[in-house]
Design a protein. Structure first.
Ligand SMILES: *Cc1c(COP(=O)(O)O)cnc(C)c1O
Length: 217
């Protein structure tokens, strides 16, 4: 990660590493934490709950990176420091209300659908604008940026155009007058393509396999 950052003149400290621990148990999380890892990612609320509970003593930071059903908003607001998979205005309102009720504060990233794949979750750039329009009325959640899960391709270079487009979208939104504080983070890059993502401006990489090994299938 540091090498990729330096190769394009970026300070490696600008890029945060979220260790995606899905399918691995709390002991794996503890081992990574012992090696200095602080931020962890999960893609299912249910699975995360037990692990978060078992590692409370470590003061870790938890990110939800998988699709969130509205009916799980309360639980998500209680468990996660950051929900990266927000893709609809209704979910933003629900998370805000749930966080307020529980005295919690949650950061949100908006998952952007750039590929228009019907099977993937994510908001269109238009829906992103609608959500940003409501940002000022939120009290207990804060919009922090954009997240991208590009279509899978074995060649990591295939993701580069998507990374470029996410960054361009962020720049367009700021140029259009949206609050740069709501658009600080670009969460893009996984085990096989994080170096390219960092070259293209990623501020958060979500890495599972490269840290914990192959997931059991
Ligand atoms: C699983 C997952 C990751 C990590 O994937 P790896 O290829 O194991 O690094 C990152 N982001 C999301 C949204 C995921 O679901």
């Amino acid at each position: 990660m540091s090498g990729a950052a330096r190769s394009v003149g970026r300070d490696p400290a600008e890029v945060r590493l979220v260790a995606v621990s899905k399918t691995f148990d709390a002991e794996h999380v503890r081992a990574a934490a012992a090696a200095g890892q602080v931020e962890f990612g999960e893609n299912r609320v249910q699975e995360a709950e037990g692990k978060i509970d078992l590692t409370r003593d470590l003061s870790l930071t938890w990110h939800l990176v998988g699709h969130l059903q509205s009916k799980k908003s309360r639980k998500a607001a209680a468990l996660f420091d950051c929900v990266q998979s927000v893709d609809r205005p209704e979910l933003v309102r629900r998370l805000d209300a749930a966080a307020r009720e529980q005295g919690a504060h949650v950061e949100l990233l908006l998952q952007v659908d750039l590929a228009g794949e019907p099977t993937k979750h994510g908001a269109t750039p238009d829906a992103i604008r609608r959500i940003l329009d409501e940002a000022a009325s939120l009290t207990n959640v804060r919009l922090r940026g954009l997240m991208l899960l590009p279509p899978f391709a074995s060649d990591p270079e295939a993701a580069r155009p998507y990374f470029k487009r996410l960054r361009a979208l962020r720049d367009e939104l700021i140029a259009a007058g949206y609050d740069p504080n709501c658009l600080r983070e670009l969460s893009m890059g996984m085990s096989h393509d994080f170096e390219i993502a960092v070259q293209e401006g990623s501020t958060i990489v979500r890495v599972g396999t490269a840290i914990f090994g192959e997931r059991p299938t």
